[in-house]
Write a protein that binds this ligand. Sequence first.
Ligand code: NAD
Length: 962
Amino acid sequence: MAGTSLEPSIQAIGRALYRRARAHPPALYAGRRQALERAVGDDRLRDALFQFVDVLPQLRDAAAIAAHFNAYLGHFELGGLFGRALRLGTHAWMAPLLRATVARMARLFMVEETEAALAAALSRLARLPAGVSLDALGETVLSEAEADAYAARIVKLLGWLAAARAQRPDISIKLSALTPRFDSIDPAGSVDRVLGRLDPLCDEAARTGASLTLDMENHDSRPLVLAVFRRLAERPGPAPGVALQGYRPDAEADLRSLLELPWLAARPLRVRLVKGAYWDSEVALATQRFWPLPVYTDKAATDAQFERLSALLFGAGERVYPMIASHNLRSLAHALALARSLGRAPDSWEVQMLHGMADPLAAAVIGEGARLRVYLPVGDLVGGIAYLIRRLLENTASTSVLRQTYLEDSPPERLLAPPRPALQEANAGQGFSNAPVSDFTLDASRRAMRDALAAAKRGRDYPLHAALREAASGRWQDSRNPAAPAEVLGRVELAGPAHAARAIRRAVEAFPAWRETSVAERARLSRRVADILHARRHELAAWQVLEVGKAWREADADVAEAIDCWNFYADAAERLAGWRSTRDFPGEANAMRYESLGPTAVIAPWNFPLAILSGMSAAALVCGNPVIMKPATPASINACALHAILLEAGFAPTVAQLLPGDGASLGPLLAGHPDVAAIAFTGSREVGLALLEQAHRTHPQQRRIKRVVCEMGGKNAIIVDEDADLDDAVTHILASAFDYQGQKCSAASRLISVGRVHERLLARLADALASWPLGPPTDPQYRFGPLIGAQAVAKAQRYLEIGRAEGTLVYRGKAPADGHYFAPAILADIQPQHRLAREEIFAPILAVLHAPDFDTALAWANDSDYALTGGVFSRLPEHLDAAQRRFRVGNLYLNRGITGARVGIQPFGGTALSGTGVQAGGEDYLGQFLWSRVVSRNQLRHGHVAGTGSQREGVTRPQARP
Ligand code: NAD
């Protein structure tokens, strides 16, 4: 923080600013004070207003507007225009009226993208006087075509600025709008792609006499913005400016490293210092991912760092041109005091403010002798709405100085008080918490993954466990890389029927001791597995990339889920352990406890090689059941790695056995064997249903009814309602339908569009998909890789032909020649009865159905043999509520992607022919691996009641976690 010697000057300048600024309210507050006070005082109303404004641009007719208006605002007592509009109901002219009101509001903060409107705004700014930085507002860029359009707009705006002879013209560039593939997992590629479009813009800016400033966006893109900035700044010619965000604790380190750039002697470094505009989403996303928060949670900490960074900028002398972007009286007074104390010339730094946010404060700053630049967004109402909402939120947040100054009449002493950060509270969680996925924006994470891939030792042999190998099976299977099938990753010895019989015998022998092992001990081993998985997460993820063709993030998430399974079920088992009383009577003690089932066959699919094998095995083991794990052959090496970790953790080789081999021969042997007590299966419907039949056919020597856990496929639908936010919908559909090439049971394979959204949705989705080439998943620039094998490609090809006959192919990608690649496809005009709408394909083929209205869409979505996952994008609360009530799938996701369920948060599994309806990763799951036993003990002895309460004979409390 600046030295206290500045304090008197800050206070004096601050009071002068305050006096000047207080004289007039900003345009937003003029004439709206009452309405804003109302909105500000009522969080629900504020929230409802923003949600309504958010959806408004996409609503096409009066009925739709009225429905949304009523849904969001109908239950508030509203006066003024909104109140009148509410009473008008669906009157035809309500729509234009509301639109005009919102447009008027938007124009306070932005200008419409026409040359005339911009010229008028520029001449107003010139009279202030103020320079300008334009920001081209728009939708999220999801395709190359959209990125081209953004770049073309910048060129056009540069031309308009030149024609209007704007003062100190500048354009703020959002780098995420220059390529749809702006991803820190691939920094070099992302930077090159951005520069491909940015270089010509730099030339054009230089030619027209404008400067460029790179905006800072969110956590994920920060390293890329800095990298692009460094690359541009290394070159001769004018360097762009760059924004830094005061709410990021690491902004100081970023600034210090920029200050060491060698070229600073020749050209000043232009840094725009902002507080940061993405606080809500940064906190939400980091919390959801269990990542450390990348931003301060304490506003005062941000303010204090803003002052520190200002001091650093000014302290660097003429090498730096500080651009202090704030509407905070204290921050501005601080910067002015610094500049004066250092004798800075007025043209050696500037203040920046957003258009329309604080005109009186802007005038006051100019009055104090500072140079001003106004950040002026241009665009249309649709594109600008997100921006408008951010500004309105900022203006009405309780920490907003503008709100405090103009609505709450805070005294200047309060507004000018030095920021005093509170101590950050450590977030000490208790009990289970999910393992965070890796943050691949960090160099260290990417390096760890690259190193693990390089170190993965190819060509090893994986023999059967010694105890199973009375004689070698002699049958070995090559495990190959699906992206390069000529590459043999290793050889796995396959078990045959004799090995299966031996494994069952050993499990039967091991059962009594394992059943009697304390739950605390079983849980300890389970947590130990989690710890080892954690320590070796990159190595394990690398093997998934190699053996089953997962992209880095997908592989990493699978390892994280596996870790969660071992930890979560350990906790859950401890909660169920021991005797507990059911109902006490004088003279009668009733107690129950859960018991283990016995040897359990775990039959797993290849698509989540660690997580699903882990989930079923961990649940069985912590419940006291020895397991025989039968992995899917395409993921055999991954299974061998997991098995080795179980033994390393301390599970006895008789309690945790691995039986790699062919499912069609080993599966029925395990399922039908009289000594196998339970079968935990996850895989296809065909195999699952057959297993159910086998398991329920009683064998002559059989002494129990087998338990079958059976999780099968899906034909999951996403409904996109007419009013959906397409930026979100397209982003999430892309991930849900095409990540891991659609090879997830939860993947979206039906897209049901409602009404008029259809054409635009399809066009944006196809363009977005076209932006992502396919390639080997070892290289993180490729989001999409190969299918698991040649058979999967052939099956996808067959369904593509069926789809062509049933509907219309609207998009087909390109696939590399070698490897088991299948180019993604989108087929439209599919009808609910078509095979493409009914059968699980397990490939990147999306069937699109076009429903006339939301009810029909819901009916189609439910009309399936499967009921696993589903999704709805809508901004009409009653549609979301209807989906919640009536869209009967195991996991329903509203306004988000439909894959990636997390242990303990979204217990996962379906009903109908998708599964038994008991969800994995949830509280009920362990019940499937246990049976319950009740003991009733009479304690009346000749009229005397023996023992009372907790001292009753035989009843103990549930075992606590050690
Ligand atoms: P799959 O049914 O072909 O194989 C699953 C397991 O069963 C493998 O270990 C396989 O070797 C074994 N198997 C094969 N034939 C068998 C038989 N006759 N008897 C006993 N076992 C046999 O499935 P897959 O291709 O490995 O996985 C993809 C399928 O799994 C998809 O249908 C997908 O939807 C489903 N899946 C479901 C979930 C879920 O949680 N519901 C999760 C992942 C995958």
